[in-house]
Write a protein that binds this ligand. Structure first.
Ligand code: PGA
Length: 253
């Protein structure tokens, strides 16, 4: 069975003190051990403080982006070994906001993914279609392209774990969630592609998160879907009580 994995992507929110406050509230609301992997992705500036604040809890740390080189003349960038050094276990890659505003492409996602794996971190690779692409019935081909290009050149021997996050762009921050059935059919496609690329075992083991307006009101029915193994939560992760409710979702039968 795949262990559920719930991640909070804070995006460009929370100062140092706000971060410590939020994560301290959160850890008091969740059991010390849970059947869920819990990940927080604060901005780079808060990583160290959040790492200290989650010590001894079941919460783990992610970064929201990274560069593909380990070090060098890349002003303003942060590398996977630096993130590892600060206590990160995961790095989110290819978020649609990075693709839309910062020129992230499948090819840079691919380079970053390999670099993250080299540093013994777990990538959370985001894929998802725009509203226009969904209207034109291109969802499957867009997601397939992002998967194959983002994971190009990797074999199943190259990694022990990768997490995929399916985030339809039209559902991010809009309050509009994909229906459980809409999400499930894309998750199923993603698992099929993983099988083609890496074999059945890896496909069965790999966790696929849904992201896009996840909230306490819709988490149960999303998690009840066969191929939905977790959530990547934006807005609703910025409030401890709300995020704790999502973490404490009710597993279906
Ligand atoms: P949202 O963001 O939950 O605010 O829609 C999700 C994400 O961008 O990861």
């Amino acid at each position: 069975m795949r262990k559920p994995v719930i991640a909070g992507n804070w995006k460009m929110n929370k100062t140092k003190l706000e971060s410590i406050k939020l994560v301290t509230e959160l850890r008091n609301l969740i059991p010390r051990t849970t059947g869920v992997d819990i990940i927080i992705a604060p901005p780079f500036t808060a990583l160290t403080y959040v790492f200290e604040a989650i010590s001894g809890s079941s919460v783990t740390l992610a970064a929201q982006n990274c560069h593909w080189e380990d070090s060098g003349a890349y002003t303003g960038e942060v590398s996977p070994p630096m993130l590892k050094d600060l206590g990160c276990s995961y790095v989110i890659l290819g978020h649609s906001e990075r693709r839309q505003y910062f020129g992230e492409t499948d090819s840079t996602v691919n380079k970053k993914l390999k670099s993250v794996l080299r540093s013994d971190l777990i990538p959370i690779m985001c894929v998802g279609e725009s509203l226009e692409e969904r209207r034109q019935e291109k969802t499957f081909s867009v997601v397939e392209g992002q998967m194959k290009k983002g994971l190009a050149g990797l074999t199943s021997a190259d990694f022990s774990e990768i997490i995929i996050a399916y985030e339809p762009i039209w559902a991010i921050g809009t309050g509009e969630t994909a229906t459980p059935a809409q999400a499930q059919e894309v998750h199923q496609l993603i698992r099929k592609i993983l099988g083609e690329l890496f074999g059945k075992n890896k496909a069965v083991q790999t966790r696929i998160q849904y992201g896009g307006s996840v909230k306490p009101e819709n988490i149960d029915e999303l998690m009840a879907q066969e191929d939905i193994d977790g959530a990547l939560v934006g807005g609703a992760s910025l409030e401890a009580r709300t995020f704790a409710k999502i973490i404490n979702f009710k597993p279906g039968d």
